[in-house]
Design a protein around this ligand. Structure first.
Ligand code: HEM
Length: 477
């Protein structure tokens, strides 16, 4: 049965569809069937007037198999088809080669294209939206910092401490909500890595405002006082004010020290475009994965492991071995130890494949494009649908089976595995995400056993566990 939460989302989605769809449908049809050289527009349907195929898309998204929208069309038209979603003429691809082409193309071919409310909240200078030299610069600078030994060391010691403190309070037989635990631990750790802000009242204020901010990411594109979008913009402003104060303090206190956080890296770059406003806005956008993607990854791993005792035991054994080896040497684990756990990394890869935290990436074509005999006209939305890539039996045997052992022979850098996207927008936080998940798992499986309570994965509007993944824990002797 659908919850009232789902119904309210459905209402927002339907209204948005009607409003934007009407606009899109009234827009003069410019689609051409073929390019000058004979490449053809993919087969597919425009659906109903105004709403296109949005209703079917939403109803599939609300089910446990969101990919059924794509599967049904794949039988009729193949892995690439045209459709009409949320007011946009759209080409949707679940073909590995075409998705790779889309993600690896630069801004002369495709630019990011998100729902209106999201574009509005991100702002023009957000790394998620901007293009060209500015995107490459911010991506390069923050990406190298996120991969630095210094940040990985800091995140490791912060997360180990947080886990220790939280686990101390867990009593035998108590039900723990993994999703909430992971969120409340990881948010302050990443925000500290980005801005230098330490845990405390101000951090809590930032987190509460941030929750208001993300509530507007998928909302009606109406910016009137009282609307969710308005409240979210106000919340972003409040966080940006705090971050700008931190930036100003850092600028006036410049002692030429080694950069400690992402702000230090950005302000030390001699680029006029990287002004205080741009930096603070981007820091807020970088917080999204901290509050959402990594905690959800951890939660899904616990769900899959709870349903696969064999994988759980092998992972537990690998982690206990490492813990005992380090104990015997009288050493603490450092970040390289966590990443050396190969089966644990295979469990993470398999959970990324099955969980599809980011189901698709969206772009808009800025010129007519031809690929593999298909024609993508200028101005169309292009969706690289990653979920179908990962659940395609041509790419993975028994794709709906949780099987971490498959990664023994498979390369994670293959084009049919893109949980972190690809090309110049390849997720700059992917190594950090794997590290955080490995640390969380290590401390959980080496200190506790658990029995998972009933819960369910929801996929719309974002992937998460309906009940927060409750587990009944028991401390190991
Ligand atoms: C399980 C965790 C994560 C998943 C599944 C994930 C997934 C993705 C994907 C698919 C993209 C590409 C989007 C596109 O091409 O449009 C992306 C981009 C990005 N991710 Fe992640 N991500 C995760 C964690 C993180 C973390 C921990 C950070 C950093 C703090 C981060 C920061 C970013 C940023 C800034 C971008 C935009 C890059 C650009 O456009 O240049 N992500 N992520």
């Amino acid at each position: 049965m659908m919850t009232s939460f789902s119904w309210s989302w459905l209402a927002v989605a339907l209204l948005t569809t009607m409003v934007i769809g009407l606009h899109g449908w009234l827009y003069k049809r410019k689609g051409r069937g073929r390019s000058a050289s004979g490449a053809r527009l993919p087969g597919g349907s425009d659906g109903w007037p105004f709403i296109g195929e949005s209703l079917d898309f939403i109803s599939c998204s609300l089910s446990s198999k969101p990919e059924s929208f794509v599967d049904a069309r794949r039988i009729r038209y193949g892995k690439v088809f045209k459709t009409h979603l949320f007011g946009s003429r759209t080409i949707l691809s679940s073909d590995a080669e075409i998705n790779r082409f889309i993600l690896h193309s630069d801004a002369n071919t495709f630019v990011p294209d998100y729902p209106k409310s999201l574009m509005e909240l991100m702002g023009k200078s957000s790394i998620l939206v901007c293009n060209g030299a500015l995107q490459r610069r911010v991506h390069g600078l923050v990406g190298s910092f996120l991969k630095s030994n210094q940040l990985r060391g800091q995140v490791t010691s912060d997360l180990v401490r947080c886990m220790g403190e939280a686990m101390k309070g867990w009593k035998d037989g108590e039900v723990v909500l993994i999703q909430d635990q992971a969120k409340s631990m990881l948010f302050p750790i990443l925000v500290k890595g980005l801005t230098g802000l330490e845990p405390g009242n101000e951090m809590q204020f930032v987190r509460s405002q941030f929750q208001e901010f993300v509530a507007g990411l998928i909302s009606l594109p109406i910016k009137l006082p009282g609307s969710q979008l308005y409240r979210s913009l106000q919340a972003k402003k409040k966080i940006a004010t705090i971050i700008q104060r931190i930036i100003q303090a850092k600028r006036s206190d410049d002692k030429g020290e080694v950069p400690k956080d992402a702000i230090d890296i950005l302000i030390s770059d001699n680029n006029d475009q990287l002004n205080d406003e741009l930096i603070s806005d981007n820091m807020v956008d970088f917080m999204i994965p901290a509050e959402d993607s990594v905690p959800v990854l951890i939660t899904l791993i616990i769900k899959y492991l709870s349903e696969c005792p064999l994988a759980f035991r092998q992972m537990e054994e690998e982690n206990m071995d490492l813990k005992n080896r380090k104990l015997a040497l009288g050493e603490n684990l450092d970040w390289t130890d966590y990443l050396s756990l190969s089966f644990t990394q295979d469990v993470i890869s398999e959970s990324l494949r099955m969980g599809n935290i980011i189901m698709s990436t969206m772009r808009k074509s800025v010129r007519d494009v031809e690929i593999k005999g298909f024609f993508i006209p200028k101005g169309w939305r292009v969706v690289a649908y990653l979920r179908s890539l990962h659940l395609d039996q041509e790419n993975y045997k028994d794709p709906y089976e949780f099987c971490p052992w498959r990664w023994k022979e498979k390369d994670i850098n293959r084009s049919s595995f893109m949980p972190f996207g690809g090309g110049q927008r390849l997720c700059p936080g992917m190594d950090l995400a794997r590290l955080e998940a490995a640390i969380f798992l290590h401390h959980l499986v080496t200190n506790f056993t658990w029995v998972a309570e009933e819960d369910q994965i929801l996929n719309f509007p974002t992937v998460r566990m309906k009940g927060g993944m409750p587990i009944r824990v028991k401390r190991k002797n």
